[in-house]
Design a protein around this ligand. Structure first.
Ligand code: APR
Ligand code: PHB
Length: 395
């Protein structure tokens, strides 16, 4: 079996890449180890940057997002008994975010690929990339083989692609955080129209949502937290304590439908390519979810990789492919810094001394009182514009 691009992983990166390549007349095969049902039901983040929204619409897969997604023009930072709105419409006019679950993006992309006759294979085992420096191919299943010109490693942080690069080629940069996030999905109307990021001495909490009837919450918890440590009643009690810290705000509770613990990690691998293997999304980098950048970075990588592959398959030019990693890493490191900054600004660190806690509160006072400082947060949060050379030339 042969295709132009062998794609490992059917998350947002792999599926969007397959779709964008299809729009450019480039063939691909997506090999995913989980079932379609699992991939479509996996609850992940839910904030789309302006650039991601534009990309999905330009690529013809944004119709349901436009109908069901929730445009947001600001967020609230809540600390010290007061709430402070970061108003995107004032700080970054014309740019906003859209709240739309990542699994919804995945469903839309799978539907688009299958409707176009795309080759997306689920429950594929034993996926292994080979001959990355010459004529690449992927083995999978029981001795099956996919020959391809290029392999895209879109298989996430725990995938096989990054591991298949020879020892000593990649440099990794990592930061672990001494806490995790307990994520909760609840069948209850949001208690606020916008997202609320709150910093308290007990820890961080986030009020988000998925629809007018579904709320999404996160609690900062110890890194070794087990879900069974947090029965529903304890979750609601802690969310109340951390969120009900301003006059007039009451948290509405309801049936919790999903809970899970997410470790917090910053990670980058350089370069994001080796031979004919190109890494995109979580396979190459991980950010703490505080800045809501994970999915959006995957989209940005895929936009750059699509342009590079389109140029290569059009006339054999490899300049953009050779520069893929460098082009992606500029945005990756900006998002890494922003995500680290939001995390250190809003979370409590047990080993932080009194001086450090005062610095944190001083920075929050600055961000919520200075237009210049708030603009910095806003422009990173809604997403910096894509550079021209990665603009999508959709047919
Ligand atoms: N073989 C085939 N598929 C694999 C393998 C493998 N060896 N290993 C992992 N996969 C699949 C996973 O099952 C998953 O569906 O690769 C896919 C990777 O998808 P994501 O982890 O969602 O990564 P990505 O597409 O880069 O999207 C990044 O997803 O995890 C979130 O927070 C992250 O929002 C960010 C987004
Ligand atoms: C979410 O709604 O899942 C979400 C929102 C904002 C974040 C992280 C997650 O920073």
């Amino acid at each position: 079996m042969r295709t132009q691009v062998g794609i490992i992983g059917a998350g947002p990166a792999g599926l969007l890449l397959s779709h964008l390549l299809h729009l450019r007349g480039i063939s691909s095969v997506v090999l995913e180890r989980r079932s379609r049902d699992y991939v479509e039901r996996r609850v992940r983040a839910g904030v789309l940057e302006q650039g991601t929204v534009d990309t999905l619409i330009e690529a013809g897969v944004g119709e349901r997002m436009r109908r069901e997604g929730l445009p947001h023009h600001g967020i609230e930072l809540r600390y010290g008994g007061a709430g402070h709105r970061i108003a995107f419409e004032k700080l970054v006019p014309g740019r906003a975010i859209t709240v739309y679950g990542q699994q919804e993006v995945v469903k839309d992309l799978i539907a688009a690929r299958l409707a176009a006759g795309g080759d997306v294979r689920f429950e594929v085992e034993n996926v292994v990339p080979h001959a990355l420096e010459s004529e690449p191919y992927i083995t999978f299943g029981d001795g099956e083989r996919l020959d391809c010109d290029v392999i895209a490693g879109c298989d996430g942080f725990h995938g096989v692609s990054r591991q298949s690069v020879p020892e000593g080629v990649l440099t990794t940069f990592e930061r672990e955080y001494p806490f995790a996030w307990l994520g909760i999905l609840a069948d209850v109307a949001p208690s606020s129209e916008e997202l609320i990021y709150t910093r308290t001495d007990r820890g961080f909490a986030l009020h988000s949502m998925r629809s007018p009837a579904v709320s999404r919450f996160y609690l900062q918890v110890p890194a070794d937290t087990r879900v069974e440590d947090w029965p529903d009643e304890r979750i609601w009690d802690e969310l109340r304590v951390r969120l009900e810290s301003v006059p007039g705000f009451t948290l509405t509770t309801g049936r919790i439908t999903e809970k899970g613990v997410t470790p917090m990690r910053s990670f980058v691998t350089e370069p994001m390519q080796y031979g004919r293997l190109y890494l995109a999304g979580d396979a190459a980098h991980i950010v703490p979810p505080t800045g809501a950048k994970g999915l959006n970075l995957a989209v940005a990588d895929v936009r750059v990789l699509t342009e590079a592959l389109a140029a290569y398959f059009a006339d054999g030019s490899t300049a953009l492919l050779d520069g893929y990693s460098e082009a992606c890493l500029k945005r990756v490191w900006r998002a890494q810094h922003f995500s680290w900054w939001m995390t250190t600004l809003l979370h409590t660190f047990e080993d932080e001394d009194a001086y450090g806690r005062r610095l944190q509160l001083s920075y929050l006072d600055y961000v919520t009182s200075s237009e210049a400082a708030a603009k910095t947060l806003a422009e990173n949060y809604v997403g910096l514009p894509f550079p021209e050379d990665a603009r999508l030339n959709v047919l």
